[in-house]
Design a protein around this ligand. Structure first.
Ligand code: CO
Length: 140
């Protein structure tokens, strides 16, 4: 499993609108994508581009959202996960599981339209890690 590029850093927030304003005003972000719902992951998503990567702002899509508990512990929001690309999602899952990592569920369609899965933070040095199959067009 060759480790691919850092696709994005996931940041949980109670309000995408507030976070977008923060990234614009504090850090001078200029390229902010249109927010959209991602029901498969239980979140609303908004990407903020940086020259070499993206920040993925995620807001709960409802009370069952997997990030509700995170926001209860971190009411102002916070860094939630990092996402690395791999060329083959199923090969990556098999390899990580063979190494004893707990993969959280089956690969699902992620925010970039390709399959993703998450690795339990206890098996990745405390960092919730998203593994994402690289988009075929090579874009973000
Ligand atoms: Co993500």
């Amino acid at each position: 499993m060759p480790l691919g590029r850092l696709n994005h850093v996931g940041v949980a927030t109670p309000s995408i609108e507030t976070s977008v304003a923060l990234y614009r005003e504090m850090l001078g972000a200029t390229k902010v994508h249109e927010p959209f719902d991602l029901p498969a992951q239980g979140v609303r998503v908004c990407f903020v581009d940086t020259p070499n990567s993206q920040i993925e702002l995620i807001e709960p899509l409802g009370p069952e959202s997997p990030i509700v508990t995170f926001l209860e512990k971190n009411p102002a929001g916070g860094q939630h996960h990092v996402c690395f690309e791999v060329p083959d999602i199923h090969a990556a899952k098999a390899e990580l599981e063979a190494k004893g990592a707990r993969v959280l569920g089956e690969p699902r369609i992620g925010a970039h339209g390709t399959l993703v899965f998450f690795v339990h933070p206890k098996d990745m040095g405390g960092v919730l890690t998203e593994i994402m199959e690289s988009p075929r067009d090579g874009g973000h």
